[in-house]
Design a binder for this molecule. Structure first.
Ligand SMILES: [Zn+2]
Length: 420
């Protein structure tokens, strides 16, 4: 493989199509995917039938809006009803490479080895090149992010240090000792690593980072880049893989050339005009797990039609604005009020509660306030914090408060983070 320059285009055939070519390509992918899912995924077949459709009725992108939407929020119920994948898998479980359980709980599948989740385009756009030693600071346990990034890096010819999550000192030592030149993971953890390296005078050769799974405010990006590390971001989900990514021109995220991404008005369900917020709904051309019109619950806007100096022709997402419903992303993981409630119900002492999400030094902080009769109880906050962490996979501190402190009917998650 040729050496990639920063921001090089991995596959000009895919990434530089004209709008007509793109529509034709994505339409053809849709037709094939719908036919495959109809044959192999019984729930999809029932959904299509309920809408009065057969695969032969789907001829291209013009028929997309007739296909029913599957909501990510519905997956836990579908999967419980029809285990383990809710009737949406496109092949046998036995033919999958890996199986995951993300918080929700939501089961996810990896259909094949290699760059299964299509992130290699995102890494190339950020300037990752063959031979970069890549520190992957994301979980390889039960949830897929570690493998998502690992597979993408290795498909570009980059050896990977599987750093996992936490253990900042150890990861720093590994990155320094093994000569990491590139980073994949959350921006807040990257910033921690860079600060620790400076404090401890640990030599680091990091030059480039692709970050995801949490917001990247411009203040954090410039703090990271002040260490000499180019920092670009991407967007995807555990179920759908890569949906969009920044190029070195920044100013929005190019939609992935092999994925249909819609931004749908929250009230009408019709395509939202550029600049108007809507829910991101995506279709991937994947035989193993053929998700068609899968509603992510993420709210975003499309950038006004514009040419990008990088040469990619795919439209751009201007950014993400939050979540539909009550899920909030904290330290890279979705947390939901309903999950917290289920955990706290196991403590007979617990009354009303709320979770406060704040931001200190570019790091998320999570604090639960829980009403009890006797806020002075020893050991109870720690026991609650442990149980919550076990379920939500995010560490938070529990503060006991007297009954009547929290507003009745108030929000379960109070997100007080300010992004700038
Ligand atoms: Zn571009």
């Amino acid at each position: 493989m040729a050496t990639l320059r920063p921001g090089s285009i991995l596959d000009p055939q895919l990434e530089c199509r004209t709008p007509d070519e793109r529509r034709a390509h994505l339409g053809a992918g849709l037709v094939v995917t719908v036919a495959h899912a109809w044959k192999h995924a019984p729930r999809f077949r029932r959904q299509l039938e309920a809408a009065g459709l057969k695969p032969g009725d789907v001829h291209g992108l013009r028929d997309l809006s007739r296909i029913p939407i599957t909501r990510k929020d519905a997956l836990p119920a579908f999967q419980a009803e029809e285990p383990p994948f809710g009737g949406l898998l496109g092949g046998d479980v036995a033919s999958m490479a890996r199986l995951f359980q993300s918080p929700g709980p939501i089961h996810d599948a990896q259909g094949s080895e290699g760059d299964y989740w299509r992130f290699r385009h995102a890494l190339a756009a950020a300037g990752f090149k063959k031979g970069d030693v890549v520190l992957v600071s994301a979980s390889y346990h039960l949830t897929p992010l570690g493998f998502i990034l690992d597979g993408a890096a290795r498909s570009l010819g980059c050896p990977v240090i599987p750093g996992g999550v936490g253990q900042t000192e150890l990861q720093l030592k590994a990155a320094s000792g093994l000569g990491a030149t590139a980073y994949l993971g959350t921006p807040s953890f990257l910033f921690q690593l860079l600060q620790k390296a400076r404090e401890g005078n640990v030599p680091l050769k990091l030059e480039v980072a692709h970050v995801l799974a949490e917001m990247l405010p411009e203040s954090l990006r410039s703090d990271i880049e002040s260490f000499g590390v180019r920092c670009l971001q991407g967007y995807g989900t555990a179920d759908l893989g890569c949906l969009a990514y920044e190029c070195v021109e920044k100013g929005g995220w190019h939609l992935h050339p092999e994925t249909i991404v819609e931004v749908l008005d929250l009230e009408t369900g019709k395509p939202a005009a550029p600049g108007q917020p809507g829910e991101i709904v995506a279709t991937i051309f994947d035989e193993a797990y053929p998700l068609v019109r899968f509603a992510t619950g993420d709210i975003g806007t499309l950038a006004p039609e514009q040419r990008c100096a990088c040469g990619r022709t795919a439209p751009k997402l201007a950014g993400l604005l939050g979540r539909v419903g009550d899920a909030v992303k904290v330290k890279g993981m979705f947390v939901r009020g309903g999950q917290m409630e289920a955990v706290l119900k196991k403590f007979p002492e617990a009354g009303r509660f709320r979770a406060l999400v704040t931001r200190e030094q570019h790091q998320d902080a999570l604090t639960y306030e829980v009403e009890v009769d006797n806020p002075g109880q020893q050991g109870l906050p720690e026991a609650m914090a442990d149980a919550l962490r076990e379920e939500l996979k995010v560490r938070g501190e529990v503060k006991l408060v007297a009954r009547g402190t929290l507003p009745e009917g108030g929000r379960k998650i109070d997100d007080r983070r300010v992004w700038k």
